[in-house]
Structures are given as C-alpha cells and as structure tokens.
Write a protein that binds this ligand. Structure first.
Ligand SMILES: C[S@@+](CC[C@H](N)C(=O)[O-])C[C@H]1O[C@@H](n2cnc3c(N)ncnc32)[C@H](O)[C@@H]1O
Length: 350
C-alpha cells in the first residue's frame, strides 16, 4: 500500500519542493518489496480465516519466528496487516485484493510485477546504456510456469473487462469469417469474438506454455470445434492467407520498428483485401490522457518494454505510418471507455 501519509505530511513531498519526493518512492519500493514477500511466503493466505499470533503464523508459513515478526510489523506499518496484542490480521484492503480466491484478486498482477522488478529490473541501466534489451522476455517467461500463469491470468481478466466494448467497436466480420489472434495466449479475445459471431472460426498462435490457459478458456466456452490453438512463433510461423480479421493485441509494443514493419507485412499477407487488422495497445503521449496514474504507468511500462523486449509504447502516428507502409488504409483510433490506457487501432487492408 502506498506509504500512509496525512495531507499535512504529504504536502512537503508532493505539493512543494520542501522535501525529496524520492524519499517517498524509496519507502514505496520497500513497501512493495515487503508485500511481495508477504505474498510469496503465504502470509495473507494463512491469515484468511482470522487473526493469528506470530508463533502460529510462522508455523503455518514455514518461516522463522523472528524474521516473520519483523516482516509482519513492516506490513502493519504499510497497512497490509493490523496488529492487536500479539495477533496479526489482514487489513480490509488486503482481504479485498490480496487473497487468490478474492473475486477481483490483484495477486496475479502483483506477483507478476514483483518478479519483473526483482528479477529483471536489477540491470535496468544496461539496456538504457546499450540501447536494447538484456534478454528474451518471452523465453524467460516460458521457463517460469508460475509467473507465466500469473501473466496470462492478469491479461485474461483484462480481456474479460474489455472484450465487450472491443467487439462492439470492430466492424462485423462475414458470417462464416475467420479471425487470427497472433500472440493470443489466454484466447479470451478470440472466445469473445466467436461468442459474438456464431459462424466465426478462430486461430490463436502463441508459444506453447502461453496456450495452456487458452486451451482451458476454449474448452470452458465449448468452442473446441471453432477455435484452433496453434503453438508457434508469430514472427516465423506459416500464416495461411484469407483471414477476415487479425488481432494484434498487446503485441506491437514488444518490437522495435523494423521488426514491427516485418510483422505488419506478414499480417497484411494473411488478410484478404478489405480484411482488418485490430491493434490493442497502451499508446504513448495521448493528448486526452492527462498526467495521472494511467499516464505514469504507460511511461514506466514503455521503459519496461524497452528493457525486456526492445519495444516501447508507440504513438498513434507511429503506428498509422507503419500500417500505411504495410498496405493498410482507413486507420482509426478508439480510446476504450473501460480503460484509461488502452486504445484500439483498426485498419483495413487495401
Ligand atoms: C502481452 S501478451 C498479450 C496476450 C493477448 N494478446 C492479450 O492482449 O491479452 C503477448 C503475447 O504474445 C505471445 N508472444 C510473444 N512473443 C511471441 C512469439 N515470438 N511467437 C508467438 N507468441 C508470442 C506471448 O506468449 C503472449 O501471450
């Protein structure tokens, strides 16, 4: 939880320059690292049924009593736990968001970003110095099933939140149309399109581990006969031609411009004339997005993309130019009402 400050305490840091704002960031970094430790050690889950003394909590989490007490006290300081006498309990906010079983659990998001920050951001300066990523993010992710599951769960939930609006913004494909979802992983978007259009058939291309959740989503929606999950590399796999719709959702930000130009050429080759490519992206520097949480996130996310993949958040103009060069026309941009950061870009193949 962000460092708890009264308005009077916050003012010198935030509203004036009388105190270093970075000091708050430092405390927030410690707070985040502390809550990630709480999650990894199962502290919040162990307290799900009610308060416990530290001895029992240490026993249940398989931890050292002194170490756990110090961690729990730090979590009290950051309002993740409360303490009454010798008993620790989850705070209301922790109960609402930090249990895996909670309906809108934020655990996949925190676990994924916790791993990124602790394992990948240690050498952030290197990519900035050398002008490119320090490793292959998706190869790294495929080697970590738990982090991959958190990543895909986080994105699948977002797809559940955004799909309805996205489907409504994309012109209807032909009744017996075909959609290709490149890097579609959890398959949430393809499932949504196929549910909206009963004659539509889908193909989801992604790396094998990423398709695990896709298989579950397709089976749950009873769409096995209409959705094919195709393990493969979206940059090199054979893409059969004649698709009506190609989804590139949260894909283009993973690549630099030359790679992107090549990818969009491949997409154009897979579409029939008049077919559409649809991009879902957090765009950089959006005039209607004022400075605030969404804007700060997109800037930090863009840095993360550069560091881990050599990509970045693009501006609409950048994408429009690349799409035009790949043979697309009528490039449109839509800001989604359910997200402050995500945009849909739709373009038609000439
Ligand atoms: C940011 S996720 C987006 C997932 C989904 N499209 C969405 O918007 O929720 C990027 C996806 O691209 C997949 N991916 C990345 N590189 C790939 C490659 N070279 N070949 C196939 N899939 C790839 C990842 O496994 C992941 O599922």
């Amino acid at each position: 939880m962000p460092v708890p400050l009264s308005p009077d305490e916050a003012r010198p840091f935030i509203d004036t320059d009388q105190a270093p704002a970075a000091h708050l960031d430092m405390l927030n970094a410690l707070s985040f690292r502390t809550v990630v430790a709480g999650l990894r050690l199962g502290v919040f889950e162990a307290l799900a049924d009610g308060p416990l003394p530290v001895s029992t909590l240490a026993e249940r989490t398989g931890t050292d009593q002194l170490g756990l007490r110090l961690l729990a006290d730090a979590l009290v300081g950051f309002n993740y736990l409360t303490r009454s006498g010798t008993d620790y309990a989850n705070s209301a906010n922790t109960t609402r968001w930090l249990l895996r079983s909670a309906p809108d659990s934020f655990v996949p998001v925190l676990s994924f970003w916790g791993t990124v920050v602790t394992e990948l951001w240690g050498d952030l300066e290197t990519s900035v110095r050398q002008g490119g990523p320090t490793g292959d993010f998706y190869a790294w992710l495929e080697q970590r099933p738990d982090t991959l599951a958190d990543f895909q769960t986080m994105l699948r939930r977002l797809s559940g939140w955004l799909s309805e609006e996205i489907v409504s913004l994309v012109p209807a494909p032909p009744a017996d149309g075909r959609v290709l979802d490149l890097g579609g992983g959890h398959a949430g978007y393809t499932v949504a399109f196929c549910q909206a259009y009963p004659g539509l058939r889908g193909t989801v291309v992604d790396l094998p581990g990423a398709l695990t959740q896709g298989a579950a989503a397709v089976a749950e929606a009873q769409l096995d006969d209409r959705v094919e999950l195709r393990p493969g590399d979206l940059l090199t796999a054979d893409l059969d031609p004649g698709y009506d719709l190609v989804l590139l959702f949260n894909i283009v930000h993973g690549y630099d411009e030359p790679q992107l130009a090549g990818l969009l050429d491949r997409v154009a080759g897979a579409l029939r004339p008049g077919g559409r490519v649809v991009l879902l992206e957090p765009l950089a520097e959006v005039p209607q997005r004022p400075p605030g949480v969404a804007d700060s996130f997109v800037r930090a996310f863009s840095l993360n993309l550069f560091h881990t993949q050599g990509g970045r958040a693009y501006r609409f103009e950048d994408l429009a130019k690349l799409l035009a060069a790949a043979g697309f026309t009528d490039v449109e941009q839509h800001l989604l009402t359910r997200s402050d950061a995500d945009h849909l870009v739709i373009a038609t193949k000439l």
